[in-house]
Structures are given as C-alpha cells and as structure tokens.
Design a binder for this molecule. Structure first.
Ligand code: CMP
Length: 158
C-alpha cells in the first residue's frame, strides 16, 4: 500500500522577484497534491542555519544566506501519496540549467543557487524541516479534498 507523506517546500526569493509564485503553486495543484500549510516569511540567519545545517560552512553558504534573505519566501507543506519523491521530481535537480525540461527548475531557471524552490529530500528531512517552519500543529490543516477520489484509486490511499 502506498504511503501518504507531507513535504516542506520553500518558494525562494528569486521566484517572488520573477513573479513565478503562482506558476509554481499551480504545478503542485495540477499534479494532484494537497496544500495543507502555507505562509510568507522573511528568513533570517538563525532559521537558515537550522534549515541548511548540512551546508553551514560550505563555500557557497554565505551567498546562499544572502540570497535566501534578500526577499520573503513562501513556505508550504504539500501532502500526497509518496509526496516527498514526487515533489522532488516536480522541482528538478539543483543545478537548474541541467534540470529536466518539464520540471519547475528545468522550465524556469538557469542557476544552481537561484533555483526557485527547495523541497525536502527524505522523510527524516521533511519531519525536521516542517518542525522548523511550522512548529505549531494549528498551522497545518487536515481538510477533506473533494477531488481526491478522482486523483487516486481506492487502494492507493491509506
Ligand atoms: P536547496 O534545494 O534549497 O538546497 C541547498 C541550496 O544551496 C540549493 O537548493 C541551492 O540554492 C544552494 N546551492 C547548492 N549547491 C550550490 C552551489 N554549488 N553554489 C551555490 N549554491 C548552491
């Protein structure tokens, strides 16, 4: 039986500057994923150091922090069967100019740093990252989607 997962997505400052927020959100909606949390946030060094703990100290990290704090981000949680891998695929690989056409980065971006979007890469990362950006359960909505019966077969959803 397939597994329903939640994954953290950050729409980055370059997407805001390029007025691509709507187009990016539309990709997730059209795929059949369910939006269960969303907010706009300015990310400071403290929260970026937590979120990007594996990258702190790397050569590109100072530039990454400057970029990620240059304008607000849209932070979301998307839910669906195997949502973590599905969302990663929708985003495309980190180096945007080599990302597969049809993915968000492949279609809209050229840069490795300014790559429009972040998504969790594993169940452990998703749990950790959702806890950083949505520490209160009240910010995450458990709502009944009327289209779900048309998106999944009965035996695909737990
Ligand atoms: P993201 O998926 O948010 O995870 C880490 C981020 O660091 C990545 O997207 C890019 O924005 C950035 N990044 C990764 N590698 C590099 C690099 N070599 N140079 C600059 N930025 C990078």
């Amino acid at each position: 039986m397939s597994k329903v997962e939640q994954t953290l997505v950050i729409v980055k400052p370059d997407a805001l500057q390029r007025a691509l927020v709507g187009s990016i959100i539309q990709r997730f909606e059209q795929k059949g994923l369910k939006l269960v949390a969303v907010k706009m946030m300015s990310l400071d060094t403290a929260i970026l150091d937590r979120h990007y703990e594996h990258h702190v100290g790397k050569a590109f990290y100072a530039g990454l922090v400057q970029f990620m704090s240059s304008a607000p981000c849209i932070v979301m949680i998307w839910q669906g069967v195997e949502a973590i891998a599905t969302v990663r695929k929708l985003c495309g690989i980190t180096k945007s100019r080599e990302a597969e056409m049809g993915s968000i980065r492949g279609d809209f971006a050229m840069s490795q740093q300014m790559n429009l979007i972040h998504s969790s890469d594993s169940i452990a990362s998703a749990t950790r990252e959702m806890g950083i950006f949505f520490p209160s359960e009240s910010e995450i909505f458990n709502w009944k989607s009327h289209i779900e019966e048309s998106v999944y077969a009965d035996d695909e959803v737990i």
